[in-house]
Design a protein around this ligand. Sequence first.
Ligand SMILES: *Cc1c(COP(=O)(O)O)cnc(C)c1O
Length: 368
Amino acid sequence: MQIPIYNPKPQYEALRGELERTATELLASGAYILGPQVEAFEHAVAEYLGCRHAIGVNSGTDALLIALAAAGVGPGDEVVTSPFTFYASAEVINLIGATPRFADIDPDTFNVTAETLEAACSARTKALLPVHIFGQGADMAAVNALARRRGLYVIEDNAQAFGARQGGRRLGALGDLGAHSFYPTKNLGGFGDGGMITTDDDELAARCRLLRLHGQEGRDCHTRIGYNSRLDAMQAALLHVKLPYVDGWNAQRKEIAALYDHRLADVPGLSTPQVAPHGDHIYHQYTVRIGDGRRDAVRDALQAAGIGCMVYYAVPLHHQPVYQQHLQDRCPAAERACQEVLSLPMWPYMGEERAERVAEAVHRSLAG
Ligand SMILES: *Cc1c(COP(=O)(O)O)cnc(C)c1O
């Protein structure tokens, strides 16, 4: 039996009737971009996350890009983010004409902290872009306090933590702007690309709406240089069907994580994920650490046994060829994590039996 690292199909099968009905109605409607389906989904997401505004866009990458543009970030500015993330988190900072600065991570949670962010700030810093990595948030009370003290915007990269709570609220609703991704493998995954920007600020929300649609204020009236970043009605309608189930799916992920935690607790040389006291973890990835240079051998053994696993992330962003000028940046915890991390299979409906088999295979791969 092969066990993939992720499998979106059981979610589709669980909701098949409703999804297919919704898709068929949408096909027949003749209205395929923005419109009432997107507005209804935006309202549902705003209510779910507990914020005033939600603006649907093309992808999580565009959500970050447009959030930065709405905050007025541009040439000459610096934005501080994590080096231990998907490339898009930093790429958007360059796309907007600003410069990324990299803050090291906390080795226990893989997240940036207020301390590491502050150490990477300069007089040019305009915004902080914490990435809530693997389904667990950076400490947003501390990050927001730093931002207030230094007069900075906070843009949360919530691509991997949709639905996670912190202090009674949801991630993505805690900074000035939140950027969410509905890429098919994310905790709320669509049937193609999709993203969302959230904010409580009326002015920022209005700018995001303008920017996603060619800076178009009204018919024949363009007041900004914008983007073509509209959310498809099909994605919005199908995601709206899935949204009420995301808390249950995240709870299933936590159950699988608890089983892994238990079964892997006594594996020598391996450490299981740590959950910080400031919020919950919804396990977008279940990521262990394997020291002593043995990580790659474990990965190869699991793959040979038909068990999907991936190294997120193998290279810290400050060592990417495109960021040669950052090679001297000091991010030793991120560099070490890249040598040691391994993400194991994690998906709703995966079930205990598969998780047990994964844990057994991990044991075997590290025995002797
Ligand atoms: C997936 C992801 C993105 C980009 O989202 P897309 O919808 O794929 O554009 C950005 N940041 C992080 C941390 C991600 O995991």
